[in-house]
Ligand binder design. Structure first.
Ligand code: MG
Length: 258
């Protein structure tokens, strides 16, 4: 089942996609008709997480392209909830960065709280899967020596377009980035160093994962820059495709930068 979050008649709610052009409200208290035309709803960002937990360097081919050793444990970092945008929204490149990159990632959306869960139990706590773009100011990542600023700008976490609750095998999903019709990044979750169940279990031993929290599972080889005017698509087989435009930030107060 594919789940989206929408606004309709000034109300916001989760809805199931029931046909190519209809959705059904999942909140029965809203007392809405069974099938609402998709054309009449506004798509909202899918998730309002308490945190977005990300994994750096989780594909063998990406570790090779970066010339870095395979990590012995998952390398974790966070993106703030304020960085989330939805399908069709613009990624805004900040004036203080000269290189903003795309990173195609499979995202896990938590359905149940997870605290010290085993690998065997881990995926039972996951509600579903979606596409994410771990947008990164690459120059600031290098300059700062740690990643908080580079990963955290508003609009730097596109997520969507829906939550897919069923995939056949989360360890065999092809994913790719397309920019302006050109394939820039291609990989498969089979190449992950730490698979999704291991990540959920590992993270749950550090911090309690709450319903709605999002885990970005790392990106394959082929990372590269975006430019003003680009349209970037993250595609994951069986999951979906997420399209966002790219714009430059307007002039800023010079005193506020650097
Ligand atoms: Mg990443």
């Amino acid at each position: 089942m594919r789940i989206i979050r929408v606004r309709y008649q000034d109300r916001s709610f989760y809805a199931a996609i029931t046909s190519p052009d209809t959705v059904r409200c999942l909140n029965l208290e809203e007392n809405l008709p069974d099938d609402i035309p998709l054309a009449e709803v506004e798509l909202l960002p899918l998730v309002r997480p308490s945190k977005i937990v990300c994994v750096g360097l989780n594909y063998h081919d990406h570790a090779r392209e970066m010339g870095l050793p395979v990590p012995e444990e998952p390398v974790l970092f966070l993106k703030p909830p304020s960085s989330v945008i939805g399908p069709g929204d613009a990624i805004v490149m900040p004036a203080c960065s000269e290189r903003v990159d795309y990173e195609a990632e499979l995202a896990l959306v938590m359905g149940k709280a997870a605290h010290f869960v085993s690998e065997a139990e881990a995926l039972h706590h996951v509600f579903g899967f979606t596409c994410a773009n771990d947008v990164t100011a690459r120059d600031l990542q290098k300059k700062d020596g740690q990643w908080t600023r580079a990963k955290s700008f508003d609009t730097f976490c596109p997520v969507g377009p829906w939550i897919e609750t069923q995939v056949e095998d989360v360890r065999a999903l092809a994913l790719r980035t397309v920019v302006g019709g050109e394939v820039r990044q291609q990989g498969n979750t089979a190449d992950m160093i730490f698979p999704p169940a291991r990540l959920v279990s590992f993270i749950s031993r550090v911090m309690t994962l709450l319903p709605g929290d999002v885990i970005l599972t790392g990106t394959p080889a082929g990372i590269g820059p975006l430019k003003d005017g680009d349209e970037v698509t993250i595609e994951i087989d069986q999951v979906g495709f997420l399209v966002n435009s790219v714009v430059s930030e307007g002039p800023t107060d010079p005193a506020a930068v650097q």
